[in-house]
Design a protein around this ligand. Sequence first.
Ligand code: SF4
Length: 459
Amino acid sequence: MLKMGLMEKTTLEKGILEERKDSIRLMESTCSGQGIKCDTDSVSGSVSQRACVYCGARVVLNPITDAFHIVHGPIGCASYTWDIRGSLSSGDDLYRNSFSTDLRETDVIFGGEKKLIAAIEEVALKYHPKVIFIYATCIVGVIGDDVDAVCRTMSSKYGIPVIPVKSPGFSGNKSTGYRMACNAIMEVIKPYKDREKVKGINILGDFNLAGEMWIIKDYLKQIGIEVIAGLTGDSDYESLIKAPGAALNVVQCAGSSTYLAKRMEEEMGIPFIKVSFFGIEDTTSSLIRIAEALGDMEAREKAIELTKRKTAELKAFVNKYKNNLNGKKAAIYVGGGFKAISLIRQFETLGIKTVVVGTQTGKKEDYEIIASLVDSDTVILDDANPAELETFLKEKGADILVGGVKERPLAYKLGIAFCDHNHERKHPLAGFEGVVNFTKEINSSINHPIWDYLKLEEG
Ligand code: SF4
């Protein structure tokens, strides 16, 4: 059981809200024993780094390359999430467009259903889409458009799935949006739930941000395991509807996709395991565990052989960089718990201590693993805000922050190195190739001379 540190007065004086104290662990020695508060709505006024419900849904569904994503709401909701992830495609690039009903004041007064129907009809007649997702944003939740009814009518009129994604920003937190996206995926694949099972897997929760899905698929191919569908990185409608035929689901981003895995297990009889392809240790164990879960001993042997060879190839490389990185301190603030866990392990391999670690959507069990991996004085925090991150980055003397697009300016303003491990990364950080990219990036960022100049300036 993770123990919770009581907030020290000095920290409260630095602007940490009283309502947030149970979501931050400072030191194990001052613990109440209740565990960290997480998996709940954000505290009002805390300016959480989480995005809204709609954004959570959009980031999960957007990588479906041949889908039309119609955002029913004011134009801001659409532009805010336009091309939000760098998800790569080996086929269609339709998903990189953004469509919106562009609701205005009169629509808010008289209702937006007519506009939504017109938008769906335009798309259906002009482009003959395979699947359309309709995102209901905040204002639609307020004015009460019957998005379900519109989608049902349009679906039967045009004979294509028109799927409602009910995601008003105020209706919960980012995790709610993930659930809405998972429900939408279920709507697409449920009609095919009785497909005969074949010996292959689905990869859930990888969004192919910089080609990770391709790297993982290549390893699996080398050990003789077929990937039926990737959800949703580099996916399309035809591959998605094959997903119910898989024998196993592997969940890479647990925060966004565990709910989908659970539904597929209950409703389609597909068991799942959680995996991570970040770092040597986790990539190795994930490949072996996938083979074991499928009961494929030949694939298991091949996985052991492949991972041994790759690990040996990387040994000299990691040792070389370790000399540059030993003793440095890292802060991690990412979306889900599994990624944070992998990053702590990766930093340890490089001789770097994790001094601050937090997530947007981590679960209790994730935080328990995190607490078992870090030192007792490491700050652990759930759903942090920028003020808290700033406080602890400074207090703990972090040399680098690993986070996403919203954390980058914070790190640079504080004169701290940064590594984007989310939407905007440009090179893959998964698998053994990812270890090389990650290590090089951490080294060049953390050891860049600019940080010394900034310290001189401050002095
Ligand atoms: S859904 Fe609501 S919170 Fe989200 S972007 Fe639109 S207006 Fe903003």
